[in-house]
Write a protein of this length. Structure first.
Length: 175
């Protein structure tokens, strides 16, 4: 399903869960360099394991988005976004803050992404409603300002969570 937000200048930002139908210039993933993770699936060869682990540690320590060097992927600009470890109501505020940080990073001069894919929810077993609501809060807030050159945000979910996201997005974006 696709949702559309308009900023104060009338520019549209499409939000989609139909990620297979789109291509993305930037991708954000959790800062986990060990095991089967989205970050490892990217096949980053231009950074040593130690450099990648250091970037992950820095992202987690600072609790802010990290833009990896352009050389790490010929396909995407890779952004690391800290993982929220709790699903309590306070995590909504944290998710809003991180999403605003992510939107700024995606628009930074060294990235300037028109399209952004969020992969954090692709493999988690419980639907992260507070995190999703925080993301939607940040997207609505950005609509009151400017999306910059960003035109599309794709959010990857497990198939059984897509309808929950769509319900949350319909309710949140309608208000």
């Amino acid at each position: 399903m696709n949702f559309c937000l308009f900023d104060k200048a009338g520019a549209s930002l499409q939000i989609t869960t139909d990620i297979a139908s789109h291509s993305f210039e930037a991708i954000t993933c959790s800062p986990h360099a060990d095991g089967f993770t989205v970050l490892n699936a990217l096949g980053i060869k231009s950074m040593s394991k130690a450099e990648l682990e250091a970037a992950c540690a820095e992202t987690t320590l600072r609790d802010e988005v990290c833009v990896l060097p352009a050389r790490v992927s010929s396909r995407w600009r890779v952004l690391l976004t800290p993982t929220l470890r709790t699903m309590d109501s306070g995590s909504r505020v944290a998710a809003t803050r991180l999403m605003k940080d992510l939107l700024r990073a995606a628009q930074a001069p060294e990235v300037e992404a028109r399209t952004l894919l969020i992969t954090h929810f692709a493999h988690i077993s419980a639907y992260p409603q507070q995190h999703v609501l925080g993301i939607l809060d940040a997207l609505k807030s950005a609509a009151g300002e400017s999306h910059g050159c960003l035109t599309l945000v794709g959010i990857e979910f497990r198939s059984e969570h897509v309808h929950l996201f769509e319900a949350d997005a319909l309710e949140s974006l309608a208000s």
